[in-house]
Design a binder for this molecule. Structure first.
Ligand code: F6R
Length: 608
């Protein structure tokens, strides 16, 4: 949802800014632009181009190496189409001040009308340009960019990360944030501002977290943070624990494929250090949560919502706590019954998803205890939660979420097991069995990935299908939803996930001769195994081409069968989802789509 970078220091700003934008392009790729400050008083160099970053690089043609301060933006369009004119940065009336923005200024029409009445001329259709003009006016009045930024922020409604640069002070960048991410990278003789740490990870591992409604002034050797009243605040400093290599493709054709192959490690890392003995579990992070909650409400979006749906089974079966799972975007706009006895769990890879953040705030305002499951340290959702359980998936760059999902499910399984042992709702023998099963998962995922080639070949045979259906029961149902979501977002094909038992209540009418149906079978000993096998026969009898995902406990005579290792039924999605990810990946490649940057999407959705 727009990537933002700022740089000030003694090195060439343009290459630092472009490098940052390259790493942030996953956030949006409708256009890219930079504003560079050269020497004091000289005009800002502003270049911006619709389309991907490569178009901007072509237009810049390697020039402007002497600029030592600059800001850059990669856009996911909200207000105004993806054109050169609507691309950021936007200039104020004087042309001396440039602004980039992530988020939505909700009162921009009102501000624009006011500014036009005072003679301002607008060039773009964006909400951001109003901020640039207003900032220009305030700067003229105070002569200080930080003071001007604070006054402007006080007038804005909505969500924003803003960066501004001014031609009279080329080494100074001023930033501000409300409800959108902004981190500071502290280097030696150089400093960075960015939407996330990947933008500057190859230059520094020291980062500062900015809070809500804070303004930051950055020069090569100093970072000063204030609130909107101008009072100095001390930002929280932290060390980034992964390195630049983790955010690069490392020989894989796409980030998504690399991230699929990183799943054994991501799952192992998320399990690491949780089991002090073979039959006990420790989650120190939960110490802030009082144990007296009666129910759990999980809130999340997209793939993270599917993780919640899967986690519900373990929480209810092991810990015997009632669990509801709701889309964060729906939760905020109703009057749910919440009390201190409700534990609200938000799940988010990025920690910045606006729908989830707003749902978290709504839940807090209603008195809930809050826990977040998150992959991004220092992001807003964990910062605003009472407790956080970090997943350890490492940076996820591809827009389609893969390793984050598996680790989110693992985090929920750990939580379920922890609560079960706290409440003595399962025996210590059973706890040990589950721990054993969890610890075997990384090797089992590895096994699937080692034998994935035939699936890739098979997938290509379906590339002209118009619709693909996914079927599952029990935990296989949310796995089916996830399979369908991955296929929609990557292959741009119609896909739907159904609960096997629900088929006969309508969806079976969609089956025609040759319709591909991917069926996820539970282990043969499951009480729903027979029922799922019947569902497979029902769709085959109506002409569907069934691709079954099943473990060795089934003897099945199906032409297209993908084997996964055996596991506990509740843990099976950790395995069955892996071939579904590969299916969607391969289909996108076969159809010539951009796998890492699918159309119309962005990695971090920071608008509602
Ligand atoms: C799908 C996908 C999205 C995200 C959703 C939530 O592959 O990536 O559906 O899962 O936008 O994002 P986070 O987890 O960052 O809150």
């Amino acid at each position: 949802m727009c990537g933002i970078v700022g740089y000030t220091g003694s090195n060439p700003a343009l290459s630092r800014v472009i490098e940052g934008l390259r790493r942030l392009e996953y956030r949006g790729y409708d256009s890219a632009g930079v504003a560079l400050a050269l020497t004091k008083g000289e005009k800002l160099v502003v270049e911006k181009k619709a389309g991907k970053l490569a178009n901007l690089e072509g237009a810049l043609n390697g020039g402007h190496e002497n600029a030592t301060g600059g800001i850059g933006h990669t856009r996911w369009a909200t207000h105004g189409g993806p054109t050169d004119i609507n691309a950021h940065p936007h200039l104020d009336e004087s042309g001396k001040l440039a602004v980039i923005h992530n988020g939505i200024i909700e009162n921009y029409e009102e501000l624009k009308a006011e500014l036009e009445r005072r003679g301002h001329k607008f060039k773009s259709e964006t909400d951001t340009e109003s901020v640039a003009h207003l900032l220009g006016e305030e700067f003229k009045a105070s002569g200080d960019l930080a003071t001007a930024m604070r006054s402007v922020c006080a007038r804005l409604r909505g969500s924003f990360t803003l960066l501004a640069i001014q031609s009279d002070n080329p080494n100074l960048i001023v930033g501000a944030r409300r409800n959108s991410p902004l981190v500071v990278g502290v280097g030696s003789g150089e400093n960075f501002l960015a939407s996330d740490v990947s933008a500057f990870i190859s230059h520094t591992k020291k980062a500062l977290e900015l809070g809500q409604d804070q303004v930051v002034v950055v020069t090569p050797n100093e970072v000063v943070v204030t609130d909107l009243a101008g009072k100095t605040v001390t930002p929280k400093e932290y060390e980034i624990t992964w390195d630049a290599k983790a955010a690069e493709r490392g020989g894989f054709e796409h980030f998504m494929l690399k991230e699929i192959y990183e799943q054994p490690k991501a799952v192992a890392d998320t399990l690491l250090g949780r089991f002090p003995t073979p039959s006990t579990i420790e989650l120190k992070e939960l110490e802030n949560i009082s144990g007296n909650f009666q129910r759990i409400l999980i809130l999340a979006c997209g793939t993270a919502y599917h993780a919640g749906l899967i986690g519900k089974y373990a929480l209810e079966e092991w810990a015997k706590i009632p669990v509801e799972v709701e889309l964060a975007s729906e939760f905020r706009y109703r009057n749910p019954v919440i009390s201190e006895q409700t534990l609200v769990i938000t799940i988010s890879q990025s920690g910045e998803t606006m729908d989830t953040l707003m749902a978290l705030r709504h839940a807090k305002s209603l008195g809930a205890q809050t826990l977040s499951i998150c992959n991004t340290m220092g992001s807003t959702i964990p910062r605003e939660s009472d407790s956080v359980l970090y997943t350890h998936a490492g940076p996820e760059i591809a827009v389609a979420s893969t390793k984050a999902l598996l680790t989110q499910v693992i985090a929920l399984d750990l939580l379920a097991l922890y609560l079960a042992s706290k409440r003595s709702s399962i025996t210590s023998n059973r706890t040990k069995e589950i721990i054993d099963a969890l610890l075997q998962l990384p090797n089992k995922i590895e096994e699937i990935l080692e034998t994935v080639e035939p699936l890739r070949a098979m997938t290509r045979g379906y590339k002209n299908a118009t619709s693909v259906l996914f079927l599952g029961r029990h935990v296989g149902f949310p796995a089916a939803l996830e399979g369908a979501l991955k296929l929609k977002e990557l292959a741009y094909m119609h896909a739907e996930g159904f609960a096997g038992g629900e088929l006969k209540h309508g969806p079976i009418a969609l089956i025609e001769e040759g319709t591909p149906v991917i069926a996820i079978l539970p282990p043969a000993k499951s009480e729903i195994a027979e029922k799922m096998r019947s569902n497979v026969q029902e769709v085959r009898a109506r002409g569907a081409r069934v691709i079954a995902i099943a473990d060795q406990s089934h003897s099945l005579d199906l032409p297209e069968l993908i084997r996964i290792p055996e596991s506990e039924e509740i843990l099976q999605p950790i395995l069955s989802i892996v071939p579904l990810q590969v299916f969607a990946y391969e289909m996108a490649v076969a159809r010539g789509n951009d796998v890492d940057q699918p159309r119309n999407l962005a990695k971090s959705v920071t608008v509602e």
